[in-house]
Design a protein around this ligand. Structure first.
Ligand SMILES: *Cc1c(COP(=O)(O)O)cnc(C)c1O
Length: 492
């Protein structure tokens, strides 16, 4: 069966500015019962904002309908599968939302006295302990606000430790399959990047590593399983090579959805890593919403962690700012607290066996898709897939159709596209990550859609090249949109 898409909301939506009619308001206030004062005289003219020219004036219902209609144009995880590889777009259980909205947590203020924040301390402390246990590491900081921010924090910790040993070193070694944030992080932390090639199995070339790892290299930044969805099977040996030269092992933990409850980075030689709590541990994400890039470390990096740290004396929590070797704060306050609450709720609702099951289901779902699509799409890597599977468009390209075109056509079948063109080491990548939260029915629909597209390409490639057909706009000029964005509305 193939999902039929009916786009029920087809009316066009004008800008709120264009709907504006002078004098309309979306609220009613009672008459003033205090004297009128001139705000500019009282506060100083510089502190009072003038009217914004052309600011839209609409009624409440017009405002509500405008945004509600716009929201129906979006695809969302609550509508169906979101197979965006590398992003772990899993469904977010509603129990997390329930817990995050509890009054004492939702209304907690970072400036409220420590005595009134004991529950918040307890939430953060329990989460730190859970994450340390899951990763096999000794301590965790919850400050970083996203994965890339966690990377920067982690590499600054490495630099601080090496500096305390006398030499921060100059280079960081990074496999060519890495996410773009890895080399960017290395550069921001003052390191030059040296690439390690991937071999034909999609794993890093360990001989090259052994050749170039020296006392000038701060260490290795590795993603495991890596971004082609393959587990780095030589990871213990890799860590030995890096450690033998006094370097440190950083792990990008964005792919922990493939490992939780099965194996622990702390047990295979990692010194410091980040987790994307907004990937592996649920939380609505995408579109730049709040996240958490918690960083887990081994003991030798502990003195350098961002301050303040939590401390507990006689059952009372407080903040400890007395951390002379700390790299300092990396963020205002203590992290995106709402995301931390959701992560802890997710972990506790699952329990150990539940988390392990989630991991196994994520791998099972990716493997099921791989088996279903293998006859129709080229699979450049033959080692077992972990939580995601990467095909290539090689076969379709011969008929003029590329990964982006297939992704566009997928929209007509009612699915969010998979990840296109990343990882860059796979030619024409079709990168699919179903996650554990999808049922067999949903995944079968997705497989049917992909097979149907493969057949369309064989009979009528031109048709696929013009997809999508069911959306309001078909092929937007993304380059111009990025280079020359129009972000200000001008009254006609
Ligand atoms: C998502 C991701 C990142 C970056 O995480 P953000 O939270 O988006 O900053 C880094 N590495 C990998 C492999 C990722 O998938």
């Amino acid at each position: 069966m193939i999902r039929k898409v009916t786009n029920s909301t087809t009316q066009n939506e004008s800008l709120l500015f264009e709907q504006s009619s002078p004098g309309k308001v979306g609220y009613q206030l009672p008459d003033l019962d205090v004297p009128v004062v001139d705000a500019k005289a009282l506060l100083g003219a510089a502190n009072v904002r003038d009217e914004i020219e052309g600011f839209p004036e609409v009624s409440e219902v017009e405002n509500v309908r405008h945004y509600t209609r716009l929201s129906t144009w979006n695809y969302a995880i609550d509508l169906g599968l979101y197979p965006l590889g590398s992003c772990t777009m899993k469904y977010n259980p509603r129990v997390n939302e329930l817990v995050a909205r509890l009054e004492g947590l939702a209304w907690a203020h970072p400036y409220q006295p420590e005595g009134l924040s004991q529950g918040a301390f307890e939430v953060m402390s329990q989460l730190e302990n859970c994450l340390a246990e899951i990763t096999g590491m000794d301590a965790v900081t919850l400050q970083p606000a996203a994965g890339a921010h966690g990377e920067l924090t982690g590499v600054l910790l490495m630099r601080a430790l090496l500096e305390s040993r006398g030499n921060p070193r100059k280079r960081l070694l990074i496999p060519d399959s890495a996410h773009g944030t890895n080399p960017a992080t290395a550069a921001m932390a003052g390191y030059s990047v040296e690439n390690i090639r991937s071999n034909s199995r999609g794993m890093m070339d360990i001989e090259q590593l052994a050749r170039i790892m020296d006392e000038d290299a701060a260490g290795l930044m590795v993603t495991n399983p890596n971004t082609v969805g393959v587990f780095e099977q030589e990871i213990v040996k890799v860590a030995e090579i890096v450690h033998a030269k006094g370097g440190l092992m950083y792990m990008d933990g964005a792919n922990m959805n493939a490992l939780v409850g099965i194996t622990r980075p702390g047990d295979f030689g990692i010194d410091v890593m980040h987790l994307n709590l907004h990937k592996t541990f649920s939380t609505p994400h995408g579109g730049g919403g709040p996240g958490s890039g918690a960083v887990a470390i081994k003991k030798h990096l502990e003195p350098f962690l961002p301050y303040p740290r939590m401390k507990r004396v006689k059952d009372i929590w407080s903040w400890d700012y007395d951390r002379p070797q700390s790299i300092g704060k990396v963020r205002a306050f203590y992290g995106n607290f709402g995301v931390l609450v959701r992560a802890l709720a997710y972990i506790m609702a699952h329990g150990g066996p539940g988390l392990r099951n989630a991991t196994m289901d994520a791998v099972l779902n990716a493997t099921y898709i791989r088996k279903g699509l293998e006859p129709y799409y080229d699979l450049p890597l033959t080692d077992p897939s972990m939580h995601e599977v990467v095909f290539s468009h090689d076969r379709q390209e011969k008929l003029g159709v590329k990964t982006m075109d297939i992704a566009k056509r997928l929209i007509d079948y009612g699915f969010h596209p998979y990840t296109t063109a990343f990882p860059m080491i796979v030619h024409g990548a079709i990168m699919i990550e179903p996650t554990e939260t999808e049922s067999k029915q949903e995944i079968d629909l997705f497989i049917d859609a992909m097979i149907s597209i493969a057949k369309e390409i064989e009979t009528d490639p031109q048709f696929v090249l013009k997809a999508p057909y069911n959306t309001r706009v078909a092929r937007v000029d993304e380059t111009t949109a990025a280079r020359k964005p129009i972000v200000r509305w001008k009254p006609a």
